[in-house]
Design a protein around this ligand. Structure first.
Ligand code: PMP
Length: 283
């Protein structure tokens, strides 16, 4: 079955889908994006993803490419046309096409690209059951990582370094030695009965999975501390894990080659992974 992508009003075969060379996303990384999990053909936490997109657009004074209800329809159409039952839908908005010039173009014609792809849910669950290794890297990103922009070069380099070290994710570490977040995920540890993660006010993207997990912790009566942690604390923790729309909750078993806790995936992280979709919005 051929894949279909949406580009500025057109549903096109994936391999032919293209944007203009003077699209500002291509020229300046002047764009924002979202990745939403698809589960049983439904969008997971769509409302929160769209709320965050709204915030990213507004922080950058970028116009919606289509109305929010129209975007909801397009997302579903791309999921359906690609027959995605389990997988993800990716959507990206840029400040559109204009003659290359740093200043905003006079027009308000944002570009919209939407793609979707399937994932093997059972294989992902099995992989998560084994846990992942992470490596740490200095956080060399700009200050506005709260905006989900397509300017991801530091993340690309960090995640490539992770791969070359046999790890699946990189954890960024700030100038004071505190873990900020992963290259494409939020970072957590569990110490005793307390689950700990960095507050979303500085240094991280407010992950939608993070926000929904906070709801789950509250519902389960689990103890939460929103406080930054250092790499040494993570190594001494009972468990560590990451969250994102694509990894949900995935245990971290190794940091820079050293084991976390028992060196095996922690029971709490695995329990949270199992329970996550009981509380997430499925629309
Ligand atoms: N931080 C970064 C830098 C990310 O790229 C992501 C993935 N989008 C996350 C955190 C997790 O966010 P979410 O749970 O919304 O996928």
């Amino acid at each position: 079955m051929s894949r279909i992508a949406y580009v500025n009003g057109i549903y096109a075969p994936h391999r032919e889908a293209a944007v203009h060379i003077e699209d500002r996303g291509y020229q300046f990384a002047d764009g924002v994006y979202e990745v939403c999990e698809v589960r049983d053909g439904r969008l997971v936490d769509e409302t929160r993803h769209l709320d965050r997109l709204a915030r990213s657009l507004s922080e950058l004074r970028m116009a919606w490419p289509v109305s929010r209800p129209a975007l909801c329809v397009i997302l579903r159409e791309v999921v359906a046309r690609n027959r995605v039952r389990d997988g993800l839908v990716y959507f990206q908005v840029t400040r559109g096409v204009a003659r290359r010039d740093f200043m905003f173009p006079a027009h308000q014609r944002s570009s919209l690209v939407v793609t979707a792809r399937s994932a093997d849910r059972a294989a992902l669950d099995t992989a998560a059951g084994q846990g992942i290794a992470v490596v740490t890297r200095p956080d060399n990103r700009w200050e506005r990582v709260d905006i989900k922009t397509v300017g991801l070069l530091p993340n690309v380099l960090a995640k490539q370094a992770a791969k070359e070290a046999g790890a699946k994710e990189a954890w960024f570490v700030d100038a004071n030695g505190y873990v900020t977040e992963g290259g494409s995920s939020n970072a957590w540890i569990i110490v005793g009965n307390t689950i700990q993660t960095r507050p979303a006010e500085t240094g991280i993207l407010r992950g939608v999975t993070r926000t929904t997990l906070l709801d789950l912790l509250a519902r389960e009566g689990l103890k939460l501390k929103e406080r930054p942690f250092k790499v040494g604390e993570a190594l001494k923790a009972d468990e560590a894990f990451i969250t994102s729309a694509t990894t949900i909750v995935t245990p971290v078993v190794k940091i820079d080659g050293k084991p976390v806790g028992s060196g095996k995936p922690g029971p709490v992280a695995l329990k949270l992974r199992k329970a996550f979709h009981n509380i997430a919005e499925l629309a």
